[in-house]
Design a protein around this ligand. Structure first.
Ligand code: CDP
Length: 261
């Protein structure tokens, strides 16, 4: 992939061989890796690498609400904090949370809240802290995806996971999973999330140019790709328990051996 200097976008977002600049086909996701239980101090946590994005999500709760005046007598309170590290983008990002971080925190909260049974936890809070360590397009979607995984890792009852990704248009073609440069230099960016228990769309933002027919095509494209993202989330959760099972069996075998000696 050619080196992109700040604010200098390439003329074409497709190579001569018809692939995107990072070598992908139009409906191909970037490589995705997810892992849960990565931060010992949190009740639940997850780490995600999605293309060049690197994101941690941690969860605390249910626990006492701070500040107290935010507590609700009839249900738990969900608070989400999306932050980008100063070194996560090309320019130095100002350390103080800006308008964009507040907006994305709200988006992630709106995607996650329907999954939880907050009415069962009056007077408590669930806090989700998201740290974007490296950003390369689609961090709101990647953050939503990894936050859901961290909640599941915390053992918090949930109706299902939620998965999100951005589809969009570059050089007139519909593509899934926009990279940072495609997000900036493309014609349309369309982040979408699906909650799996009812298959409803819980995030739909839109920036660009498209008609209603195209929008329906984008939705189909996104739904297919999101099934793969969901599968990777489920595998990440499963592998935690497989590892735990293997460790328990190993410990038992070691103890049995010691007993025989
Ligand atoms: O990350 P997402 O696509 O959800 O949000 P965006 O506001 O559309 O940002 C697109 C990309 O621009 C981010 O993923 C970052 O790679 C980059 N960005 C940046 O370079 N500097 C910022 N202060 C914010 C975003």
């Amino acid at each position: 992939m050619p080196l992109i200097i700040k604010d200098e976008y390439p003329e074409n977002l497709f190579r001569e061989d018809g692939k995107r600049l990072d070598g992908r086909d139009v409906n191909e996701l970037r490589p995705i890796k997810m892992e849960v239980g990565v931060i010992k101090n949190a009740d639940g946590s997850a780490y995600l690498e999605w293309g060049n994005n690197k994101i941690f999500a941690t969860v605390y709760g249910p626990r006492e609400v701070h500040p107290h005046h935010l507590a609700k007598p009839d249900k738990g309170v969900l608070r989400v904090f999306y932050r980008m590290a100063t070194f996560s983008v090309f320019d130095r990002k100002r350390p103080a949370p800006g308008r964009r971080e507040k907006e994305i925190s709200m988006i992630v909260a709106d995607c996650i809240e329907p999954l939880l049974f907050l009415e069962l936890y009056p007077g408590t809070s669930f806090e989700v802290f998201i740290e974007v360590i490296d950003a390369d397009g689609g961090t709101r979607c990647a953050s939503t995806t990894v936050a859901a995984l961290a909640l599941a890792d915390a053992g918090i009852p949930m109706k299902s996971l939620v998965s999100a990704l951005a589809v969009g248009k570059i050089d007139g073609k519909k593509v899934v999973d926009l990279s940072g440069i495609e997000d900036k230099a493309g014609e349309a960016d369309f982040p979408i999330a699906i909650t799996w228990y009812n298959e409803e769309i819980s995030l739909l933002q839109f920036d660009g140019d498209m008609d209603l027919e195209e929008m329906n095509e984008f939705l189909d494209l996104a739904k297919n790709a999101l099934k793969d993202v969901h599968q990777i989330q489920l595998e990440a959760l499963k592998s935690k328990y497989i590892k735990l099972q293997e460790e328990t069996i190993q410990t038992k075998e070691n103890n049995d051996k010691k007993g025989d000696e």
